[in-house]
Design a protein around this ligand. Sequence first.
Ligand SMILES: N[C@@H](CCC(=O)N[C@@H](CS)C(=O)NCC(=O)O)C(=O)O
Length: 221
Amino acid sequence: MLQVHHLNNSRSQRILWMLEELELDYEIVKYQRDSQTMLAPDSLKQVHPLGKSPILTDGDKTIAESGAIIDYLGRCYGDGLLRPTEAEEGYQDYQYWLHFAEGSMMSPMLIKLVLQKVEDNAAPFFVKFIAKQINKKVNQNFIHPNLTRLFAYVDTHLAVNEWFAGGKLTGADIQMSFPLEAAAHRGIVDKYPAILNYVAKIHAKDAYKVALEKGGEYEFA
Ligand SMILES: N[C@@H](CCC(=O)N[C@@H](CS)C(=O)NCC(=O)O)C(=O)O
C-alpha cells in the first residue's frame, strides 16, 4: 500500500492531489509541525534521515523530494496520465517545470519568509532595527528583483498555456501548485492575473478538493 508521510500545511499536500488525480488507494500518515519552530516532529526522521515531508513509501521503497515522488507516481502508476513519455510533446516542459518549482522558485520565496521571521522576532529594539535594515536591503537588491523576474516569467507562460506542459494537466502542474499557492496566499502575485487564474482553476478541481479534505490543515488553499 502506498503511504504518504504528510505534514500539515506543507508541500506534501500536492502528493495527495496527485494520488487523487490518479484515483489510487493510499494511506496518509499524519505529522504535526511544532507550533513554535514550525519544524516537523523527530519521528519523521525514522522514515527518512532528513525528516522532511513529503515522503512516500511503496513496499520497501522510501522516496523523498516532492518532484521525485511525483515523477515516480506518474512513471509507475500513471498509466499514461500526468507524465508525458519522452516521445510525447510536452516531455521537456514537464521536466523543466517539475525541477523549476523547487530549484528556482522556492529559494527566493523561502529566503524572503525567513528574513521576515527574523525581523519579526528580533528584540530588543536596536536589534530589530538592524534586522529590519538588513531585510530591506536583501529584499531590494536580491529577493524582489529575482521574484519579479520569476513571477513575470511564469505569468507569461500561463497567459498563453492552459497547463505547464503539453496542453494537459501533468505532474509539473501539481509540483508548481505549492509555490504559486503560497505566493497567492501571501499576496505577492496580485499583479499577475494568469497566476491568480491558474491557482483558482486548480482549486476548483474535484481531485484537488478531495485531497484537501483528506489532508486536513492547509492554509494556502
Ligand atoms: N525540496 C523538498 C523540501 C521538503 C521540505 O522542506 N518540506 C518541509 C515542508 S513544506 C518540511 O518538512 N519542513 C519541516 C522541517 O524542516 O522540519 C521537497 O520538495 O520535498
